[in-house]
Design a protein around this ligand. Structure first.
Ligand code: NAD
Length: 569
């Protein structure tokens, strides 16, 4: 294996023994009530032809593709290399190896638990503003010197286009980091009232133990949030990133290290997910699970926690955002062109590999011909290929397993439904699946019910007079309830859909595609089989990572045990 140096900004990443485990003890707390800077959403870069950012990103893509880096396990700030490695490849050119990453053994999992416990002692006792300052500095580094590295790693390692990588790994991650500091401040500011003669206070303590963060492949920003949201609140973390997002996950941790995150606050242990999870969930030190991924995996983790309940010091917090089967329903009054654009963008951007991707659509007969023709015309225009060619709208799906699974759905649809466009796949150089539109006459057909996680949209055409029945069908068809959209120019249509589909989506859109939630603007998460709906990037999420203690101080304690009513008549 050849390893070349990564031309990334100098960082404080360390090798064994070069960094102290704890910092100097501070002798005085900051005197003043501090306020974090008001957060503003990051302005995404366009990467349009001729812009300096395009030239910078292209140069970074070239240099990153030319290197093959070695990714260690990171525990307590130490880099550990087991020699047992796996490869991170480009999904759109799967023989191209970007990195070799070291796999953790069971002893490393135990070391990570110990490192998290050691770091917690100091980190949890920091003034929260100082923890926020580390995360805010990381946001600044990501917005500037690290931006092209993280975006390029997300493009190459996860096959995102420049636009999709930008809105995820740069803008969304920056927003998570800046807005969470603001939401933490709001939460910490919530204090009880005090009657005369006393002072009631609420202390938002960190959880007693470590938080296990488990991230999916499809958003770099999710790994950056699952770890830092609990860390901001004083917790320390053991992080298992997804195997197919190792490159961007590694760089994310390096940004945080450069920003001054103390060793041991986030410990990264790549490796066998089943074994690593078993060991971590078996630990009496487990205080929380912060998960994003598929419903089946989350269910298995929840069951494991339940089995182990007697072992833990407390009840672990379990937060999981899981699968989706997201819908678009068009009212007969809808704008057909807007519906078609929402299908193309909402269904096929990032190859449909968003938990929020539109994958089942319900169109009235009167609009169907126009919606279908417009959608198919856009699909014919879409280029699928290597994300380094900026003319492409879509890259490859993440890996062979996903490629085979999606291909299976296409084979079935070719037999049992009508494939109107796409329906083909080619896995020779990259895992490419053409954007596919299926029409079915069975609203319960499997591609209307099951999460495919690929560029496959199925349409069901309903008689215009069956609007209310169709709303019911949308609500009942799938176990998920993540995102959904209604298109209607008639306000009654909007109101009826908002009401009938109240529990069918945690993020509901009116006349817009069901993807693209922005931190601080559309807090994200779903219910039913889509997760615990703790809304990533909001105060609702942060509240799960604290264990509140109420403190009552009485200024003048009673000196008599008797109550007035006991007096003589
Ligand atoms: P996944 O469930 O396969 O993997 C998620 C994480 O769990 C990875 O780190 C993986 O290594 C780990 N894992 C896998 N099997 C495990 C096991 N048996 N025990 C313990 N850990 C295990 O999901 P994925 O393919 O990475 O991501 C796609 C899924 O994530 C989709 O279902 C998508 O809807 C969901 N998702 C949901 C949201 C949301 O906010 N609701 C966001 C992004 C992705």
């Amino acid at each position: 294996m050849s390893t070349t140096a990564s031309p990334v900004p100098a960082t404080s990443a360390t090798t064994e023994g070069t960094r102290p485990a704890t910092g100097p003890i501070l002798d005085a707390a900051f005197a003043g009530v501090r306020r974090v800077p008001e957060p503003v959403n990051d302005a995404s870069r366009s990467y349009a032809p001729g812009t300096p950012e395009r030239a910078e990103l292209k140069a970074r893509l070239k240099s990153m593709a030319a290197e093959r880096i070695d990714i260690p396990i990171i525990i307590g700030g130490r880099e550990i290399r087991t020699g047992r490695t796996a490869q991170a490849v480009m999904p759109h050119d799967h023989s191209h190896v970007l990195a070799d990453y070291h796999l953790a053994d069971p002893e490393h999992v135990q070391e990570a638990i110990a490192a998290a416990a050691a770091a917690r002692r100091e980190w949890a006792s920091w003034p929260w503003e100082d923890r926020a300052a580390v995360i805010l500095r990381a946001a600044e580094l990501l917005a500037t010197s690290w931006r092209s590295t993280i975006v390029a790693a997300t493009m190459l390692g996860q096959s995102k286009t420049a636009n999709q990588a930008e809105i995820d790994s740069a803008s969304e991650m920056i927003d998570f980091w800046r807005f969470n500091a603001h939401f933490a401040q709001e939460l910490y500011s919530e204090q009880p009232v005090s009657s005369p003669g006393m002072w009631n206070q609420m202390e938002y303590r960190a959880l007693e133990g470590f938080v296990y963060a488990v991230s999916p492949f499809n958003f770099t920003a999710i790994g950056g949030n699952l770890t830092t949201a609990p860390a901001l609140m004083g917790n320390t973390i053991v992080w298992k990133p997804a195997a197919s997002a190792m490159l961007s996950s590694y760089y994310t941790l390096r940004v945080l290290e450069e920003a001054g995150l103390p060793p041991g606050v986030i410990n990264m242990v790549p490796g066998d997910p089943v074994e690593i999870s078993r060991l971590l969930l078996d630990s009496p030190e487990l205080a929380g699970v912060h998960f994003t991924g598929s419903t089946a995996v989350f269910n298995s983790m929840w069951k494991k926690v339940a089995e182990n309940l007697e072992k833990y010091r407390g009840y672990p917090r379990i937060v999981g955002e899981t699968g989706g089967k997201d819908f678009i329903i068009a009212h007969p009054s809808a704008d057909a062109e807007a519906v078609a654009v929402a299908i193309a963008r909402g269904g096929f951007e990032y190859q449909g590999q968003k938990c929020s991707a539109a994958s089942r659509v319900y169109i009235p007969e009167s609009l169907w011909a126009e919606v279908r023709d417009r959608t198919v015309a856009m699909m014919k225009d879409i280029n699928v290929g290597d994300v380094r060619d900026f003319r492409n709208f879509m890259g490859a799906v993440i890996d062979e397993k996903a490629f085979k699974k999606i291909s299976g759905y296409l084979d079935d649809a070719n037999e049992r439904a009508r494939v109107l466009q796409g329906g083909t796949a080619s896995g020779k150089e990259g895992f490419f699946i053409q954007p596919t539109l299926i029409q079915t006459e069975d609203p319960g057909y499997r591609t209307m019910r099951e999460e495919i996680f690929g560029p496959v949209v199925t349409a069901y055409v309903y008689p215009d007079g069956k609007w209310h029945e169709t709303l019911e069908t949308v609500d009942r068809t799938s176990p998920y309830a993540l995102t959904g959209a209604v298109f209607s120019r008639d306000r009654r249509g909007v109101r009826e859909a908002v009401s009938a589909l109240r529990n069918a989506a945690g993020n509901f859109y009116v006349n817009d595609k069901p993807t693209g939630a922005v931190v601080g603007q559309q807090p994200f998460g779903g219910s039913r089989a889509s997760g615990t709906n703790d809304k990533a990037g909001s105060k609702l999420n942060l509240v799960r990572w604290v264990n509140a203690r109420t403190l009552k101080e009485t200024f003048a304690p009673s000196r008599d045990y008797r109550h007035p009513y006991m007096g003589e008549e």
